[in-house]
Design a protein around this ligand. Structure first.
Ligand code: BGC
Length: 822
């Protein structure tokens, strides 16, 4: 029995099963793994895009709608005049049975009413630019039935912002064609586009609609759409206004009989498929050769089943790189399945498209994408390599970085610009973790170039290593009166805007204010620098470049001495100095006395390691910031707005960066406890934000119990424990680092796979299967002495290995490893 009245984990099937459609918030899943993606909620809501949710949106979705989630991959059933949807919405008829299974890259919604069962199984097949809905309709009653099924999706005119704002144009440009069972949405194809959207059925249809006004009505809502309620397709042809795609399927099913068919929603881009035919076959008639071939392919028996099987194979492979068996059910299921899955969603989406990110705002974040990489690099290093080089190319030659870039163009977003003085350092973390995972040192010589320079050829471009050096030099150069790094617009905490001083409500905290000549400094960036510099110095040492390693280590030592001399407040590390040189995050402040980020990064960067401060800093976090729902960002919360601190003080106490529980930064403290060998505390903290552990309090928590949310309301908020902004958060990657490298202690390193667990004392041990550089390590960790940390012996295939780094084995090898703690 699940403690959650809305659903349960099916760990065997790697699915989250939702048993009631009226979840406390829409619970989302993603379809797609390459370039074609869909958002799909538990009531079939959501939309589809190719590569870029802003520039190539294929179907429409109205964010913050009423209800929140309305519009999507709808099927209407008209069974003898009774109209219902298998996903419950939009009609919301009472269903006899409803079940939604969110799986890896697919969602299955199955519902039944009055002896009719409809199953809608949705996915994007690997390598394809299309989405499939496999639909099975079964007569489970004892009389024959002749139901009609209507598909429904609203087409988007590709550029989503224009599509939802510029109606004086968009109401006049919509164009479609219908051929057989296929609807072609071809708006703007006549001008500069060489692509269209195809929405087809693999089975014969008895009618169609392409005009929203005809299908839904002018004054009607989706829950009372005219066509499905009348049971008669209008065969409408959209001309302008709002084109939609709807097929009418007329079935006859004897008792026990079922029929399966599929819908295909495809992005057909002639430039992608190297199509050489004519664009039009007759005036206004688009060339449908590619579209027809797609319909033909998926109309063949078994083709759709094969797509689902391929998808399963794709995920089995991805997840096989790390699998654990442990005494803790939450850590086990999250690490094995959902956490890794969420990491891939952040790889694909960055922070662009979710229920909270509209796909038209932020593109890919520089710091976000670098951190996301830590969570997926073990699954897909080739794509991680490409991602690192793309990100690096948006750095400027002085060391600053475009804060965001558009995935389609891979160009920096000039509106947001740069000058967030932590961005460049994350590039070192992602690059080093990629090299540790893959062994590919060659990436350091790959040409990247800087976004503000022009190059004739790749050979003129500066290498990735050049970028890493530029990043270190930049932080060393850009320091303030105390010797700490300058903060610029903000550091990781996008809302700590010490140079903005905004009193004008119509401006952005992030981009307003002049950072030039500013003196505001960040202790968090200093801690991050300590970490990044240690990583780069270690990399040089591995490359045999000891002089370079020492040079970077010397910079690190300089910074460490500064942190210890100016940033220790007595019981914890301070957070920053403001533009007037006044301290932030100190006992001296009436509010915002202690912040989480600087404790995390000082400790991870190695500050306080020899003088007891690291432990003291974390104990202060425990005393002042820790709650059963996670660690709040600072205390006391700011009760009033301070222009000199910026957006952090704009939020009501207890939410977002003003003393909310920002899951992302919690993980740095978790890793801190692991460093200090406190396994019980690490797991307790891990549980405090673990979504799988929230099922018992789901009415308060509200968000999906299978993925992390960015933020949970803190103790100062009236809704303490309520989570928001699920899915696209750096928490995914960092918790995977916590659980896989911190708690289970499986740490990729330059020369091999290091094993250094930090577990609760009560655990007898655990097992991990880890693929690393092509070999498979079947690791059994035993804990006979009931310790948290400390490897005393390691054997690989029965042979004793000195130390705790497993050697790199020939690709294809399967090795049995036994590790004993003591
Ligand atoms: C942003 C991150 C930022 C964090 C904390 C997130 O919304 O994507 O870049 O570090 O908020 O402010």
């Amino acid at each position: 029995m699940s403690a959650n009245p809305y659903g349960f984990f099916d760990d065997q099937a790697r699915e989250y099963v939702i048993t009631r459609p009226d979840t406390p918030l829409p619970w989302l899943n993603y379809l797609g793994q390459d370039e074609f993606f869909g958002l799909c909620t538990n009531t079939a809501g959501g939309y589809t895009f190719w590569k870029d949710a802003k520039l190539r949106r294929l179907t429409r979705y109205r964010y913050n709608n009423v209800p929140y989630d309305l519009g999507g991959r709808y099927l209407y059933v008209n069974d003898g005049g009774t109209v219902w949807n298998p996903g419950w919405k939009p009609v919301k008829a009472k269903l006899d049975r409803y079940e939604c299974r969110h799986g890896l890259g697919y969602t299955t919604i199955a519902a039944g009413k009055d002896g009719l069962e409809v199953t809608q199984k949705m996915c994007v097949p690997p390598g394809e630019n299309l989405e499939l809905w496999q639909v099975t309709v079964k007569n489970t009653g004892n009389v024959a039935k002749s139901p009609k099924i209507y598909s429904y999706q609203e087409f988007c005119f590709f550029e989503a912002l224009n599509d939802m704002t510029n109606y004086q144009r968009t109401y006049s440009i919509g164009e479609v064609e219908v051929e057989g069972n296929a609807i072609y949405h071809k708006t703007e194809y006549r001008e500069r586009r060489n692509h269209y959207t195809l929405f087809a059925c693999t089975r014969d249809i008895s009618g169609y609609d392409t005009s929203r006004d005809a299908f839904v009505g002018i004054h009607e809502g989706l829950h009372e759409a005219k066509v499905p309620f009348s049971g008669k397709a209008g065969n409408s042809k959209a001309f302008g206004w709002n084109p939609v795609g709807s097929h009418e399927i007329s079935l006859h099913l004897e008792p026990g009989q079922e029929e399966t068919f599929a819908f295909i929603l495809a992005y057909v881009d002639h430039t992608l498929v190297k199509f050489t035919g004519e664009k039009f076959t007759a005036p206004y008639v688009i060339n449908k050769t590619v579209g027809r071939a797609i319909v033909e392919k998926y109309s063949k028996t078994g083709a759709v089943d094969k797509a689902f099987a391929d998808l399963k194979g794709y995920w089995d492979e991805n997840l096989s790189h790390f699998q654990v068996e442990s005494p803790d059910p939450h850590a086990t299921r999250m690490a094995n399945t959902w956490n890794q899955y969420q990491c891939m969603a952040t790889f694909n989406m960055s922070r662009s498209a979710s229920m909270y990110e509209t796909g038209i705002g932020r593109g890919m974040g520089f710091r976000d994408s670098n951190q996301d990489l830590l969570g997926f690099v073990h699954m897909i290093h080739d794509r991680a390599r490409e991602r690192i080089l793309d990100i690096a190319a948006t750095q400027l030659s002085d060391g600053t970085c475009y804060h965001q870039y558009q995935p389609l163009t891979k160009k920096g977003n000039a509106e947001v610009g740069g000058d967030f003085y932590d961005d460049h350092l994350w590039l070192i973390l992602s690059t080093v973790s990629y090299i540790k995972e893959s062994g590919d040192k060659g990436i350091l010589d790959a040409p990247c170039g800087y976004a503000d320079r022009k190059y004739g050829s790749d050979s003129e471009k500066e290498t990735l290593l050049h970028h890493l050096e530029t990043s270190i030099a930049y932080t060393m150069r850009m320091r303030g009166p105390n010797g700490l790094p300058l903060i610029g617009h903000a550091d990781w905490n996008d809302c700590l805007n010490l140079n903005c001083h905004s009193t004008e409500p119509n401006e952005s905290f992030q981009t307003a204010g002049d950072v030039g000549g500013s003196k505001a400094e960040s202790v968090m960036i200093a801690g991050l620098f300590l970490y990044a510099a240690r990583e780069l110095s270690g990399l040089y040492s591995f490359l045999g470049r000891e002089a370079d390693s020492d040079r970077i280590a010397a910079d690190r030592k300089t910074m460490l001495d500064i942190v210890e001399s100016v940033a220790w407040d007595g019981e914890w590390y301070t957070r920053a100095y403001d533009s007037q040189g006044k301290v932030i995050g100190s006992k001296a402040n009436p509010e915002g006395k202690i912040f989480i980020e600087s404790q995390g990064w000082a400790v991870l960067g190695g500050a306080g390691a020899d003088n007891g401060r690291a432990r003291q800093a974390l104990e202060s976090v425990h005393k002042h910031l820790y709650t059963k729902n996670g660690i709040v960002l600072q205390q006391p919360a700011y009760s009033t707005y301070h222009p000199e601190y910026g957006e952090v003080t704009s939020y009501p106490p207890g939410v977002k960066e003003n003393a909310g529980i920002f899951s992302h930064n919690n993980t740095w403290i978790h890793l801190g406890w692991c460093l200090l060998g406190e396994g019980d505390r690490a797991l307790e903290y891990y549980h405090s934000i673990c979504p799988s552990n929230k099922e018992e309090q789901i009415e308060t928590y509200r968000s999906e119990p299978y993925v992390y949310a960015q933020m949970t309301a803190g103790k100062d908020a009236p809704c303490f424990g309520e989570a928001k902004n699920s899915w696209l958060t750096g928490t995914a990657a960092w918790t995977f680092v916590v659980v896989s490298q911190g708690i289970f202690g499986i740490q990729p390193d330059f020369a091999g796979l290091k094993v250094d667990p930090c577990i609760p004392r009560g655990w007898p041990g655990f097992k991990v299967v880890r693929k690393f550089r092509g070999a498979t390590y079947q690791i059994e960790v035993r804990n006979p002495k009931k310790v948290s940390k400390g490897v005393v012996s390691v054997t690989v295939d029965g042979k004793v290995v000195a130390g705790n780094v497993l050697p790199i084995l020939p690709a294809g090898t399967v090795a049995k490893v036994v590790v004993e703690l003591g």
